[in-house]
Design a protein around this ligand. Structure first.
Ligand SMILES: Cc1cc2nc3c(=O)[nH]c(=O)nc-3n(C[C@H](O)[C@H](O)[C@H](O)COP(=O)(O)O)c2cc1C
Length: 215
């Protein structure tokens, strides 16, 4: 049986566009794999801790030499990494906040991207220690973030692509819900567009980064 991990981080719940669009992605994936288990990690409900001094000291100690307090400092990181390792498909739903990811998603990233644990540093650069698997990144934004109409930088896309690659994950589908300012729910036109894209693009081609803009 396959596992899907849904990571959500938006501060809105009922009327959230990123959450509604991620639910569509999960629905499509589940239709293909009816028995798939869904694990939800809601970072807005339970924000991960910020990395502190104890964490930064413990992360450089090899696991077999860690003391009980060093293991405790990394305990939350181990839980979040364990969820990632156990997942066959990852869905990340995120609003754009100030051109990049919300702070709670950054806190999650700092917990899961750990030197010597999920990537290693080599003279050739960082090498991911996780197996590749499909990741669907659902991004909602108030304004346009790509193309001629964009009047703001998009640091979110290259950032998430780079850190997933650092983990070893290269099969990524980006679904953008752009120019959603003033929308309280996923507009019907956007839902239809997203469904059509999902029908056409699932499953993702291995090691490809595929983008779809829904406006
Ligand atoms: C703190 C904050 C910062 C935001 N920054 C941006 C931004 O940089 N660019 C943008 O287009 N929209 C920005 N927005 C708008 C949200 O991305 C947009 O409303 C999105 O649809 C929210 O996601 P949700 O519908 O899942 O809650 C911001 C919203 C908030 C609350």
């Amino acid at each position: 049986m396959k596992n899907l991990l849904l990571v959500e981080c938006g501060p809105r719940f009922e009327h959230s566009i990123s959450r509604a669009a991620a639910a569509l992605v999960v629905e499509h994936l589940r239709r293909r794999e009816p028995g798939m288990r869904i694990l939800r990690r809601d970072l807005a409900c339970v924000p991960p801790s910020f990395v502190d001094e104890a964490f930064t000291q413990a992360m450089y100690i090899p696991p077999d030499r860690q003391s009980a307090s060093e293991r405790a400092a990394l305990a939350q990181s181990e839980i979040l990494i364990g969820e990632l390792e156990a997942t066959d498909v990852l869905v990340i739903a995120t609003p754009m906040h100030n051109f990049t990811v919300p702070a709670v998603l950054k806190a999650w990233i700092d917990q899961v991207l750990r030197i010597g644990r999920t990537f290693r540093s080599t003279p050739q650069g960082k090498q991911g220690l996780l197996a590749d698997r499909p990741v669907y990144v659902v991004i909602s934004s108030g304004g346009w973030i790509a193309g001629e109409r964009a009047r703001q930088p998009d640091f979110l896309t290259p950032y998430l692509a780079a850190l997933l690659a650092t983990l070893g994950i290269r099969t990524i589908g980006f679904l953008y819900l752009e120019a959603m300012h003033g929308e309280a729910d996923l507009p019907l036109r956007a839902e239809a567009h997203a469904r059509a894209w999902l029908d056409a693009n699932l499953p993702l081609p291995a090691e490809a980064a595929v983008q779809c803009f829904v406006r």
